[in-house]
Structure formats: structure tokens, C-alpha cells
Design a binder for this molecule. Structure first.
Ligand code: GDG
Length: 455
């Protein structure tokens, strides 16, 4: 393979951003091939920038563009995060359809495609990431680029009935099919997209994941993303991890820790999770004072109204549950609206008896995989996992729950808290084998092999 060219809204230009799964995967291939990473600089300016900020780090070229205030408002906040994100997470009720925002979304895709196309070389392979750039493949084709171009969607793809609610769905689907390979997190997401192409545009399934539609052939397949398992296991053994574990242990005493870590987002099912915790204590008074639930929820996209509402809702729910169940020396549910370092999170996962990963809808959910890797073999915790996270297709030995059913989630937490050591170990070993085998390298290699089959 020649150079790999990555395009994503945020890049790992800041070395601190190179620890996460995607950054690790892309970074390795960029370094190996002397590739480039295109994206947003994080800066906002008044006028449409001419050119881009180009620099090199460890042999990788970064090409970053500023966004104008108007682009940020319409492309990023209004279209990507108030149309695509809610609809793709099955939340039509939260979508704010907005034709003007689509225009800016399309313009930004084209503007960045122009920057990329100018710098592409003949043997390059282009890998575009996520819902900010659904139209990028098509924009690159219009800019004259003919080489291999793949796309990976990190979030779910909705059923066709919902996708069709987006007024611009035809444009988006047509543009997506300009990619040679379209990757989804799960077979479920893939099936939704294929059903849309078949029903709406007479797409024809040719076998081996190939679909013929709009006069050309595109590969549409599931590539579940993984993590760097050794990296996360090591993070759980650092001094920083130890310190975080010690600090929370002082508060826990001999209580069991039940932990959740999620960006504060409505897709993560936090209010429903809090309700389930309340139900656990309603149904099992014997658990009073024996368990402490800690939810870490760093605020994200706080400029979007729905996120502010979610924050208020969580504050109220946590207050109510602690008011109902707490005691002088016990806070049943702690909720921390701030972020911690990766090592600190790993340390907290390590000593938790239960990991709660109960999104209402999630592309994959990497926290589920990280929780598994942080567990000690001699006394592993139990993962309670939503059936609506992409991860549920792989992590069959977790306790799989419907996150909308607070009774079942409460039962699963109880089952996890009382599960005999032998069963915990047996489940954990199977889960760990999957996370280790289907890791971030496995994901990247499968995708790139399909995108550049000749190599
Ligand atoms: C999207 C899709 C898909 C969380 N809080 C802190 C922190 N994190 C880290 C976690 C994990 C990552 O952020 C979150 O990844 P998720 O997969 O759980 O969720 P999204 O952010 O919604 O990611 C998702 C993913 O893309 C990859 O394709 O799995 O479905 O929605 O690594 O540990 N990290 C630090 N401090 C925190 O407070 N350092």
C-alpha cells in the first residue's frame, strides 16, 4: 500500500489524543506509510480560511483547517450533531431538520475535499471517518480523485424508515455510494443500510458484501472496532491507576463498586440507568449500604440544548435516588460530571465489581471492552451490557440487558453483584479472548485489506 490518508473531524495532532483506540490504529498506519491526516484544527475564525495549517510529527503530515463560526454552527452543531447524530441513534424526536445547515455541511465536505485532493498522490489510499464526512467520498470524486476511498461510520446506522425522515437522505445515500468500501460497526447497521439501498434504489446484493447501486459497485460490510487491549491492561497497572483506585477505596470502604463511564450524551441511557439503580435498591433492601454506584459523565457538546437538558435531568434523578435511599454514612449513587485520565479510569474499572454499559443505542462502545481488559484474573468484575450497543454482537458472555427495562437491568446488576467467583471468571475469560483477538489492529487490517485488495 502507498500512503494512507486519514480524514476525520478531529485528528490526533495533539500527542495527548493518541492514546484512544482509533488514534492508535490510524496513527500506526500513518507512520508506517508516511501518510497524512486531514481534519479540523479546533480553531474558529471569521472568514473562510484559504489553505490549511500543515506540519509534520513523527513522519506523519497533519493538514488542518480552521472552521468559520458559521461553518461550526451549521456543519458541526446543527447538521452533524442535531440531525445526523440523533437520527442515526434512532432519536427522530430530537432531530432539528435544517436545509441551510445541510448546505453548509455539504460545503464544508467539499471545501475539505478540495484541500485533500490538491495533496493526493497516485498510490494513496483514502480512509474517511465518521458522520461528519458522509459526503466526502463523492466530493473527492468530483475533485478528480479516482483512487481507493473507504469510509467507516463509528455510530449506528438507523433503520430505513428513520433514515428516510432526513429530508436530504437521497443525497446522502447517493454520495455515500461513491466510496469503494463502507464500513459499519455491526451486522445490524450494515443490514439497515443495505435494506435502504435495496428498497429505495433497487440495489442488488451481489454476494461477498458487494452491492450494485447507482450504476456502480460498493462493498458494504461490518468491521467492529476494537481497542488496544495490552495498552489498556497496562494502563490499569500504572501508579496513576493505583492512586485513583486508592482514592475511591477510601470512600467505598468494604462496599462493592458499580461503575459507569460515558460521555454525557442522551444515547448513553443515563437517566434509564439511574432509574434502574433506584429499582435495585427498591427491590433489594439488603443491598443498602453494601454497594456504591459511581457514574463518571464528562460533559460533551454542551452548546447543544439537549445536552443541557440531560444534565438537569441527571442532577434531579441522582438527587431523588440519594434522597430516597441514602443514609448518614452512605451515598448510593455518585455522579461526577467531569473527566479523568485514561489511567485513572482504568484503575477504577480494575476494582469495580460491576461495569454498567447500558446505552440506548451505540455504534460499538469501547468502554465495555476497556472494562474487560482492566479486570484482574483472580477476581474479575461483571459487565452488564445493553443489547443495543454494537459491542453486544461480540461480547455474548456479558449480562445482556434491554436498557429500557429498569426491572431487568436492576436484576442484572443484582445477579452481577451476587455471581459466584467461578462464573465470573468463566465469563471474563471468554470476553477477554474476544477483546484480545478482535482488537484495533484486527479491525484496521480487515478494513484496509478490503479497501486495497491487491496488496
Ligand atoms: C464513538 C461511538 C464507538 C470517556 N470518558 C473519559 C474518557 N472516555 C473514553 C472511554 C472510551 C472513549 O472515551 C469513549 O468511547 P465510546 O466507544 O464509549 O463512545 P463515543 O465517544 O460515543 O464514541 C461509539 C466509538 O466512537 C469508536 O468507534 O465505539 O459507539 O459513539 O475510550 O474510555 N477518556 C478519558 N477521560 C474520561 O473522562 N481520558
Amino acid at each position: 500500500m502507498g500512503r494512507l490518508i486519514a480524514i476525520s473531524n478531529r485528528t490526533a495532532a495533539d500527542p495527548k489524543a493518541r492514546a484512544g483506540g482509533l488514534a492508535v490504529a490510524v496513527w500506526e498506519s500513518l507512520k508506517e506509510t508516511g501518510g497524512s491526516w486531514f481534519g479540523w484544527s479546533g480553531n474558529l475564525v471569521d472568514d473562510v480560511p484559504r489553505g490549511a495549517n500543515v506540519f509534520r510529527d513523527e513522519g506523519v503530515e497533519f493538514v488542518l483547517t480552521d472552521l468559520t463560526h458559521e461553518e461550526h454552527e451549521n456543519y458541526y452543531l446543527n447538521y452533524a450533531n442535531r440531525v445526523i447524530w440523533p437520527v442515526f441513534h434512532y432519536r427522530l424526536d430530537l432531530a432539528h431538520f435544517n436545509g441551510e445547515a445541510f448546505k453548509t455541511y455539504s460545503d464544508v465536505n467539499q471545501r475539505i475535499a478540495g484541500i485533500v485532493a490538491n495533496r493526493l498522490q497516485r498510490d494513496d489510499t483514502v480512509w474517511v471517518h465518521d458522520y461528519h464526512f458522509l459526503l466526502m467520498g463523492d466530493a473527492l470524486r468530483h475533485a478528480g480523485w479516482e483512487g481507493p476511498t473507504g469510509f467507516f461510520l463509528h455510530i449506528p446506522f438507523p433503520p430505513p424508515e428513520m433514515f428516510r425522515a432526513i429530508p436530504e437522505h437521497h443525497w446522502i445515500a447517493r454520495a455515500m455510494c461513491a466510496y469503494d468500501v463502507i464500513g459499519f460497526q455491526s451486522s445490524h447497521d450494515r443490514a439497515n443500510f443495505v435494506r435502504y439501498l435495496v428498497d429505495q434504489f433497487d440495489g442488488e446484493e451481489l454476494g461477498e458484501d458487494l452491492i450494485r447501486v447507482f450504476g456502480s459497485t460498493t462493498r458494504v460490510a461490518a468491521y467492529p472496532i476494537g481497542i488496544d487491549p495490552d495498552g489498556f491492561r497496562d494502563a490499569a497497572q500504572t501508579a496513576k491507576a493505583d492512586r485513583a483506585a486508592e482514592r475511591i477505596s477510601r470512600f467505598l470502604g468494604d462496599r462493592h463498586l458499580v461503575i459507569g463511564v460515558d460521555r454525557m450524551d442522551y444515547s448513553k441511557g443515563l437517566p434509564q440507568r439511574f432509574e434502574a439503580v433506584g429499582q435495585l435498591f427498591d427491590a433489594h433492601p439488603e443491598m443498602d449500604g453494601k454497594v456504591s454506584v459511581t457514574q463518571i459523565a464528562p460533559p460533551s457538546r454542551s452548546k447543544v440544548e439537549e445536552y443541557q437538558e440531560l444534565r438537569t435531568q441527571l442532577d434531579q434523578l441522582a438527587g431523588r435516588i440519594n434522597g430516597d435511599h441514602g443514609d448518614l454514612d452512605w451515598i448510593p449513587l455518585r455522579y461526577l460530571a467531569r473527566s479523568y485520565s485514561r489511567e485513572e479510569l482504568a484503575g477504577l474499572f480494575r476494582i469495580a465489581r460491576v461495569g454498567l454499559v447500558t446505552p440506548l443505542r451505540d455504534g460499538m462502545n469501547l468502554v465495555a471492552k476497556e472494562f474487560i481488559m482492566a479486570q484482574p484474573e483472580e477476581d474479575p468484575g461483571v459487565l452488564v451490557l445493553s443489547e443495543f450497543a454494537g459491542a453486544a454482537e461480540q461480547l455474548r458472555d456479558a449480562l445482556i440487558v434491554n436498557p429500557h427495562d429498569k426491572f431487568k437491568v436492576a436484576d442484572a446488576i443484582y445477579q452481577a453483584l451476587t455471581m459466584p467467583l467461578e462464573e465470573r471468571q468463566a465469563r471474563w475469560r471468554k470476553l477477554k479472548a474476544v477483546v484480545e483477538e478482535q482488537d484495533i489492529g484486527w479491525w484496521r487490517n480487515r478494513f484496509l485489506k478490503d479497501l486495497t485488495p491487491a496488496d
